[in-house]
Design a binder for this molecule. Structure first.
Ligand SMILES: [Zn+2]
Length: 626
């Protein structure tokens, strides 16, 4: 099964995945992006892996070149993640170039791997240090990415080559880490190996990989990593400050935290653990209550890349790393498999269309690391980074995207809407939709049989309606649930789902002081922003919407690759000249602001920074009352 995570035999999974291979995206929103991922991103990222010495480090470790190990100590992970992305892409696309590159990487990695299975280039022959000597060296983090790549390779090609390499390294890790005499009894500084070990267990049936994942989860939180960044980063940075079961909220480095939670969810799909499950849900609920940007971005602090306090969600200095949005999607995907609850699929949708997608340019050549919700100008995506976790993370998510649309388990589940033909647990479906720009979704059932077809009604959607073969159906269509249509289906039956997409003006909790008096515009799953280029060069921070003014969607095939924009009459505030040179003034003497009329066009947040590097604002001022 070519699923991203294969819960088909997981005893506690409510849902089963649908193989990537069983979903053929047709035209629409995602397929052109997934093809650009293959034809542009993966090719240019591969060139970066060479130019920036990632492959060179591996050749040196293999003894094929002389030299030292350079760059960030976790650079091997970029190669592994690229390989994983290439494999998922190969699940549906015949691309000999990609296939050859994957084989070449395997050739190289096999030469790097030591006789006992060890495979981490900085510590081979002590190039940069000794094995297992440094919890912050990302040794197991890189191993985890290797395991995920190997599982993807095995699922897509059927070859044991990468999987056996991964197993040899995993066996060494299982023998090395534990509470026994002479074993290493600490976690890795950067979680990742937990979810990868569970997936390796699923792929091989080897129980010790699941046990090692459990050990890695349980050993964390006892301060065995010490405080490697003491003095400038708090002790919760690597989640080793407190056992997960005792925690109530997301803490520390956001990507580390959500990778850890993904591993926890994977373990819970295999093993019952009420205390761990309760803690995980407490952490999820606290995150949603006070620590997620409206875009699905997470991680507010740019020093420690960390979660903050409740309602600490600054727009301009938001960190919201692309990898954190990917991690949010991964965690919620696992929670969805565990529970079948639409709230997790809703958050996946928010992350996919906003916080993750803003990480890549429309031409698929450049990337954001941080994804702020306001910008004073000057931000540009870049083709690569010294720490290049985000580009291949985007690539593997886009490559595996068809696997995130459906599920099975007491019927056929449609989690996300995209035009495609799919086989969902033996049921043939064809989906036609203009989503996310249009909420009309047509699902044609091409199989016979009696089963529930479950369609997600997004939490943002009020007033959904549904018909089967043109006749209204008496089905509950509550926002934030799955509508279940149970009947004896005949091939050719057509379900028409209408998800109204009025423009929404979202307000933030009063505790989020920065957004007081401001609204964010959204339509369907898309969050909007105002860029300087669309308001005649005005400063978007001084754009003020009128509370009662109509905000109208308009289809713009000519703009930003084809988007639906939002248009409204608004105004531009003109600061009183008396403010010149003054930071503070006696409030009683401050005149009401003057303003001039301004026609405002808001664009999808994901498409910002694709023209000039001007100012941008998601949360817009709104004039009270009129
Ligand atoms: Zn990243």
């Amino acid at each position: 099964m070519t699923a991203v995570i294969d819960t088909s035999r997981s005893p506690r999974a409510r849902l089963r995945p649908v193989p990537i291979r069983s979903v053929r995206l047709t035209d629409g929103f995602w397929e052109p992006r997934r093809q650009l991922n293959r034809t542009v991103s993966l090719r240019e990222q591969h060139a970066q892996l060479e130019e920036t010495g990632r492959f060179r480090n591996l050749r040196v470790a293999a003894g094929l070149e002389r030299g030292d190990n350079r760059g960030k100590i976790f650079n091997d992970s970029d190669v592994h993640k690229w390989m994983e992305a290439a494999c998922w892409q190969l699940a549906t696309d015949d691309d000999p170039w990609l296939g050859e590159r994957v084989t070449a990487i395997l050739d190289l990695l096999e030469q790097v791997q030591e006789p006992d299975g060890y495979l981490f280039s900085p510590f081979i022959r002590g190039l940069r240090g000794a094995r297992w000597s440094d919890g912050e060296a990302h040794e197991l983090y890189c191993a985890g990415h290797l395991f995920q790549a190997a599982v993807a390779h095995h699922r897509v090609t059927g070859s044991d080559r990468a999987l056996s390499m991964a197993r040899r390294f995993a066996d060494l890790i299982c023998a090395t880490f534990g509470e026994g005499r002479g074993q290493v009894d600490r976690p890795d500084g950067h979680p990742e190996v937990e979810m990868a070990l569970v997936e390796l267990y699923r792929e091989t049936g080897e129980r010790r990989y699941l046990d090692q994942a459990s050990f890695q989860i349980d050993v964390r939180g006892h301060r065995r990593l010490g405080e490697p960044y003491a003095g400038w980063i708090s002790a919760d940075y690597n989640q080793d400050h407190r056992p997960i079961r005792d925690r109530d909220r997301p803490e520390g480095h956001a990507v580390r935290e959500l990778y850890l939670m993904s591993g926890v969810a994977d373990r819970l799909l295999e093993l019952a653990d009420p205390a761990l499950e309760a803690a995980q849900l407490r952490i999820w609920e606290a995150m949603v209550r006070g620590q997620v940007y409206v875009t699905g971005g997470v991680g507010v602090r740019d020093v420690s890349e960390a979660f903050g306090r409740d309602y600490e969600l600054p727009s301009e200095t938001a960190y919201a790393e692309t990898c954190a949005a990917v991690a949010l999607i991964m965690w919620n995907w696992r929670l969805l498999q565990l529970t079948g609850e639409a709230r997790f699929a809703d958050l996946i949708e928010t992350g996919l269309y906003n916080g993750m997608l803003s990480g890549v340019s429309l031409d698929a050549r450049t990337y954001f690391y941080a994804n702020p919700l306001a910008c004073d100008g000057g931000r540009k995506r870049r083709p690569w980074y010294l720490v290049a976790c985000c580009p291949p993370n985007l690539a593997r998510t886009l490559a595996s995207l068809p696997g995130y649309l459906f599920g099975t388990g007491d019927g056929a589940w449609v989690h996300q809407y995209a035009s495609c033909e799919a086989t969902v647990g033996g049921v043939e479906l064809a989906v036609r939709t203009g989503y996310p720009w249009d909420g009309a979704v047509q699902v044609e059932v091409r199989s016979e049989g009696e089963f529930p077809l479950r369609l997600r009604i997004p939490a943002w959607c009020v007033g959904a309606s549904l018909s089967v073969n043109g006749a209204g159906a008496s089905v509950a269509l509550e926002p934030g649930t799955y509508a279940a249509i149970s009947r004896r289906w005949r091939a050719g039956d057509v379900v028409e789902l209408s998800l109204p997409m009025p423009v929404r003006r979202l307000a933030a909790h009063p505790g989020l002081l920065e957004n007081a008096g401001r609204v964010a515009l959204a339509r369907g799953p898309i969050v909007y922003c105002v860029e300087q280029a669309d308001v005649g060069g005005a400063d978007p921070r001084l754009v003020q919407l009128a509370a009662g003014a109509e905000v109208a969607p308009r289809v713009r095939p000519d703009l930003l690759g084809g988007v639906t924009v939002l248009e409204t009459d608004a105004e531009q505030l003109l600061p009183d000249p008396a403010w010149e040179g003054a930071l503070y003034r006696e409030a009683a003497g401050v005149a009401g602001a003057t303003a001039r009329p301004l026609r405002v066009t808001a664009i999808p947040y994901f498409a910002w920074a694709n023209r000039d590097a001007g100012r941008m604002q998601v949360w817009l001022r709104q004039r009270p009352g009129g």
